[in-house]
Ligand binder design. Structure first.
Ligand code: SF4
Length: 339
């Protein structure tokens, strides 16, 4: 195999047993209570639990689950915002978890994150020229003399009028602000975008425009995406593959069309349950019955057992392993044992 073919075969991202826990420290009342003998202790939130995942260069992977399932935390680990508690992360074959600070910064520039709420993620006191131009200036990506031209070219790339370069975020609409957020991410020439509910705060018509922009950028810049969303319609439209998370664990991974045609895991099936609509242009999904349990004290065995219609005694005590259920498809459910 020649070198370039080998390089192409290396996944852009590989997560190997990534976990992320947060310790909720006691507040003052808790500390006093503890001193007085009350049964209070620090709590650990198991946000991400032993996640392994490989993403190919140029792939769009949708990461789906209810709020509180750990998908945003996993996205932040990938983007370098959080350090994992356990596990290894490889970026283009390099072990990021063992890199020194300078090397890790280089990877962080290559992996950029786009947030849900553009207003709170943009500094209201900075002009667009600074919001987009700051990182390329600081990291020496563009010489200072060329910075304005560069910022204007990035604005054009995301569909913003470059004559607005001196404006502030509040002078733009929600959709335009999200384009500023995208421009800020693109300005450091990333390979990989982590989009965390990036269109959720936008009107439906604007959502479609921003999703189209993401797909144009993928084509033109060969970007890879981890697209985090609770909106299955968006994920179906956009992704090559879908990862389903429940209470910090991956429960199913499948190519998008196969997952929507024939979901394997009972949780995926529950997520994909639709409400019949007269207007069939857009699918409408119903929320999964029952509450998602607390990640502080997740149920033993299969985390989904309190809500699963097929749960057995075994499900209450034994965690099902992720196993291949068809080529390119994995699922974690004891019902697959006979396959
Ligand atoms: Fe349901 Fe048991 Fe499968 Fe979990 S392992 S999804 S509880 S059948």
């Amino acid at each position: 195999m020649n070198k370039s073919a080998a390089a192409t075969d290396t996944p852009i991202l590989e997560l190997d047993g990534i976990s992320k826990r947060f310790v909720k420290h006691l507040d003052l009342a808790g500390k006093i209570g503890q001193k007085l003998g009350a049964n209070v202790r620090e709590e650990t939130v198991h946000a991400v639990d032993n996640v392994s995942l490989t993403i190919a260069d140029g792939e769009v992977v949708g990461l789906v689950g209810e709020s509180g399932c750990g998908k945003s935390t996993l996205g932040r680990v990938v983007a370098g915002v959080h350090q994992p508690s356990n596990g290894r992360m490889f970026y283009r074959g390099q072990n990021v978890t063992e890199q020194n600070a300078a090397e890790a910064r280089e990877v962080q520039l290559k992996v950029q994150m786009i947030f849900q709420d553009p207003m709170s993620s943009l500094n209201p006191r900075l002009r667009v020229s600074d919001i987009i131009g700051e990182a390329p200036r600081v990291h020496g990506i563009v010489p200072k003399a060329e910075l304005q031209d560069y910022v204007e070219s990035v604005m054009l790339r995301v569909g913003l009028d470059p004559s607005f370069i001196k404006r502030y975020p509040h002078q733009f609409s929600g959709g335009q602000r999200q384009r500023i957020g995208i421009a800020r991410a693109l300005a450091v020439k990333p390979d990989f975008l982590v989009c965390d509910e990036s269109v959720a705060a936008l009107d439906v018509s604007i959502q479609a425009q921003v999703l189209n922009l993401f797909m144009d950028l993928r084509e033109d810049l060969n970007l890879t995406y981890l697209f985090i969303s609770h909106d299955l319609g968006v994920v179906e439209h956009l992704s090559d593959r879908v990862v389903i998370m429940y209470l910090g664990r991956v429960v199913e991974i499948a190519p998008t069309s196969e997952l929507f045609r024939a979901p394997n895991h009972p949780y995926t099936k529950a997520l994909l349950e639709e409400v019949p609509r007269l207007d069939t242009r857009k699918r409408k999904f119903v929320p999964v019955k029952g509450e998602i349990p607390s990640p502080i004290d997740p149920p033993p065995g299969c985390h989904f057992h309190p809500r699963c219609p097929h749960a057995t005694e075994r499900c209450r005590v034994e965690q099902p392993a992720l196993r291949e259920v068809a080529p390119g498809r994995i699922s974690a459910c004891h019902l697959n044992d006979g396959l």
